[in-house]
Write a protein that binds this ligand. Structure first.
Ligand code: NAP
Length: 558
């Protein structure tokens, strides 16, 4: 058999493993018969352990050595327990290849060095949990977001003996995935009940655990957080109050604008559904100056913490639906019915995945309809899926699904495709791909779970009900510009046209980030545009004598 770890990776691993401090035992639980993944996992662990004397592999057959399996609370195979001076309840169920190899390495390093790198305050809180907590993080090996969640769960297990944390490869344990309705990963199960989907930062994961095991304490904690927020600089935006500036959005452009506006002394509020924007869905970022490698969740947290050092009023949890102007005042209507008023506005609502807006879409979103085939493809092993779209994203998704799904139905509204010819050729050659074009999705079918989609040709002559277990919507991104639709002219793809100082066509209304017609969409560009928009808004207010100048204009441009 060819080596699982290639020569280059072996050399890099040796360097990483050289920093290990105390011995770590890897206990592999196998079932020689009828467990193909057991042999692969054994081979992988043998190759890893051969790189350093500090790692020791012990193989136990769960049938022949049932007592040891029972002692380590092993209930399925293959299982790998990472054990140091004591057993911290850290387990990996399934094969730890792909992205999960990094989870295994993180666990080994933590157990050997004794360092979690958790924030000390959070570590103190996690240590206080006294109720038994069993965390099962359902993952796939192709999910780059999953290791972050696995690591948080295992950090908690490492420091608290009441907590156990398993990585579970969802595709290897289909019954468990079915039981917990895993249609997207990572999904975390707390004490046998499905809890949350997505990779949460450690403090948010802590709160989810408390919510699950001690709802009373959760309420008390949330009350304390609310009190701390109202006592500090974080204040709630007040509907009806006339702000000098309201920033719409919660991504890098918005938070950067908020920092600049607050530092100019503006009475500023930020209104958004939530903080982070698209970076919440980004696994790793390596091109933001000064942060060589950072996860999306860490970056959101760093931006939020920076912004909250300044007096920026916030209204989170609801989107803006409409922006109008009455005299010099802007009026912003929110979906929860609130109204905010401002003398200037910076609009940075970003972009989001485009949807079809056909019946059933809302109901099955996240329950059969997904956007990330790279992550979720292994969940559709042997199943029928549809991929909607005709661009590079749709064809990349179809390609990611080739090795997993039994049938891939590519549905596109036109005869010709936008995707690169080489990708189209590669996907067309596969035996398990069927093209349906030109066909449009009319409806998602199913009652409790998605069972299919209803298709119709654009001329209405062909109709087809296609039975599928999952749908990947790959029809691009769309700018969140609807609230401005009847207010200013948008470009043909719905973006907000801006000039070089982020002015829109409406005086006092500025825009920044991915919602604008700027060609390149990047985090650093959005943050730069946010800063520029705030300075332009400040100048606009000062020039039009709409604000008491708290900082001199000379200073404003420094
Ligand atoms: P895209 O190129 O804009 O393609 C979107 C596709 O969805 C188009 O085929 C479009 O159909 C269809 N569509 C849009 N709205 C629709 C609707 N309401 N109903 C049905 N179909 C609809 O978007 P993308 O594929 O996400 O790619 C975005 C950018 O990222 C592109 O520049 C792409 O090249 C790049 N990308 C590259 C790769 C790669 O190189 N491997 C992978 C992913 C993305 P029409 O053609 O009829 O408009």
């Amino acid at each position: 058999m060819a080596d699982m770890i290639n020569e280059k990776d072996r050399a890099e691993l040796k360097l990483i493993l050289a920093d290990l401090k105390s011995p770590v035992r890897l206990l592999l639980f196998t079932r020689k018969s009828a467990c193909p993944a057991c042999a692969r996992q054994e081979e992988l662990l043998r190759e890893l352990c051969a790189l350093t004397a500090i790692l020791k592999l012990e193989v136990h057959d769960t049938v022949l050595d049932g007592d040891t399996a029972l002692n380590y609370k092993i209930d399925k195979t293959p299982a790998t327990a990472v054990v140091g001076a004591r057993d911290h309840g850290i387990r990996f169920y399934g094969f730890t290849g792909g992205f999960e190899f990094s989870s295994l390495l993180e666990a080994i390093i933590m157990v050997s060095t004794g360092r979690t790198n958790l924030d000390p305050q959070l570590e103190a809180l996690v240590k206080k949990i006294e109720k038994p907590v069993h965390l099962q993080v359902m993952t796939t090996l192709t999910c780059q977001y999953c290791p972050a969640m696995v690591h948080v769960a295992q950090q908690f297990a490492f420091i608290n003996e009441h907590i156990r944390a398993d990585m579970v490869e969802a595709a290897e344990f289909p019954e468990l995935s079915k039981k917990h309705e895993v249609t997207g990963v990572p999904k975390t199960i707390i004490n046998g009940t499905a809890s949350f989907t997505g990779a949460l930062p450690a403090p948010a994961a802590y709160l989810e655990i408390i919510k699950a095991v001690d709802p009373g304490q959760y309420e008390t904690l949330m009350e304390q957080v609310r009190k701390a927020q109202s006592a500090g600089k974080i204040k709630k935006a007040e509907p009806g109050h006339l702000y000098e500036l309201v920033i719409v959005g919660g991504g890098p452009a918005a938070m950067s604008a908020a920092v600049y506006a607050a530092r100019k002394g503006l009475d500023v509020a930020l209104v958004a559904k939530k903080l982070g924007g698209q970076i919440n869905y980004t696994a790793g970022i390596e091109n933001y100056l000064g942060l060589a490698k950072v996860s999306g969740a860490e970056m959101t947290e760093a931006f939020r913490a920076h912004m909250e050092r300044h007096p920026v009023a916030q209204a989170l949890g609801s989107r803006v639906t409409k922006i109008e102007k009455s005299g010099p005042e802007f009026v912003l209507s929110m979906e929860d019915g609130k109204l905010f008023k401002a003398l200037s506005v910076i609009y940075c609502a970003g972009k989001e995945y485009r949807r079809l807006d056909v019946p059933g879409e809302e109901r099955f979103m996240g329950k059969g309809i997904a956007f990330c085939a790279t992550c979720d493809a292994p969940l559709y092993k042997g199943k029928k899926v549809a991929v909607i779209g005709g661009g590079n994203s749709a064809f990349t998704s179809a390609r990611d699904l080739l090795g997993f799904a039994s049938e891939i139905h590519l549905v596109h509204r036109r005869l010709d495709f936008r995707a690169d010819a080489s990708l189209v050729q590669e996907v067309s050659r596969a035996a398990n791909v069927t093209f349906h074009n030109p066909m449009e999705v009319q409806e998602y079918l199913g009652t409790d779970k998605l069972t299919g989609i209803r298709l119709e040709s654009p001329d209405g002559k062909k109709k087809l009900d296609l039975a599928v277990d999952g749908v990947f919507l790959e029809i691009g991104l769309t700018p969140n510009s609807a609230p401005l639709k009847n207010f200013i002219e948008l470009n043909p793809v719905g973006e907000v046209p801006v000039d070089r100082n982020q002015n829109t066509a409406e005086k006092g209304l500025f825009a920044a980030g991915d919602v604008t017609d700027t060609e390149e969409k990047q985090i650093s560009i959005a943050a730069g545009q946010g800063a520029l928009a705030a300075l332009s808004a400040y100048k606009y207010l000062a020039d039009n004598k709409l604000t008491k100048s708290k900082v001199s204009l000379k200073e404003a441009w420094q």
